[in-house]
Design a protein around this ligand. Structure first.
Ligand SMILES: C[S@@+](CC[C@H](N)C(=O)[O-])C[C@H]1O[C@@H](n2cnc3c(N)ncnc32)[C@H](O)[C@@H]1O
Length: 214
């Protein structure tokens, strides 16, 4: 798949749905005790690693960034969609949000104590995942925690509309936790745990906890 093409399609799709996505997701964590527990574990890991900057990559409208902030984490958001970033800045004026892509992270080596990518790696095709994970490893300090959230499954599908019927043109890649764990180990991460969610739903979710090897 042509990188410029799928990135451009993803960016345009989320520019289109940013406002309605934010309206739908703004209070979602309040209904998601297991996700809140996962974020609390991540916040503890960040504290145990000495604290410092944490990137929420593919942050969307910034509700996870803001929740981490409430947990005492020095989190900032990065998103491919400039409209999402505008919405995040509007909803969370005290926090930092930047436009950027996980395929080419514009962050210094070892500059982060932690990194989270919640339901954003789902838009990166298999062949580009190792590049993204190499960026995640490069920008994390040794021992820094990484958390990934994604849809569980074996298929990829083209999402042509969403969040109130708005047009989208974005691939969503479902993955098995074992596959993601293998990619992580191959890139220099230790995989510590995974949490499976919504097991009785058609598309379960997974949250995978890893750590940059020393
Ligand atoms: C399904 S939303 C998830 C947003 C948020 N993390 C959440 O949990 O609700 C996917 C987000 O990932 C962003 N995204 C997709 N590809 C990206 C990339 N290559 N780099 C940075 N952000 C990306 C999209 O713009 C969108 O905001």
């Amino acid at each position: 798949m042509d990188t410029d093409r799928w990135l451009a399609d993803t960016r345009t799709s989320y520019d289109t749905v940013a406002v309605s996505y934010a309206d739908r997701i703004r209070d979602a964590l309040g209904r998601e005790p297991y996700l809140r527990a996962a974020l609390a574990v991540f916040a503890d890991s960040v504290r145990a690693a000495g604290g410092g900057p944490v990137a929420d990559v593919g942050c969307g409208p910034g509700h996870v960034t803001a929740h981490l902030h409430e947990l005492g984490v020095d989190a900032f958001g990065i998103d491919l969609s400039s409209v999402m970033v505008d919405v995040a800045r509007r909803d969370h004026p005290g926090l930092r949000f930047e436009v950027g892509s996980m395929t080419d992270l514009d962050l210094a080596d070892a500059s982060l104590v932690g990194l989270i990518a919640f339901w954003s790696l789902i838009h990166v095709p298999d062949e580009a995942v190792p590049t993204v994970l190499r960026h995640f490893r490069r920008v994390l300090r040794p021992g820094g925690p990484l958390v990934l959230g994604f849809h569980v499954g074996d298929e990829s599908r083209l999402k042509t509309q969403g969040y109130g019927g708005h047009p989208m043109n974005v691939h969503v890649h479902r993955r098995q936790p074992d596959q993601v764990a293998t990619w992580l180990r191959d890139t220099g991460f230790t995989v510590e745990a995974h949490l499976l969610l919504d097991l009785d739903e058609p598309v379960p979710g997974a949250v995978l906890f890893a750590r940059r090897q020393l």
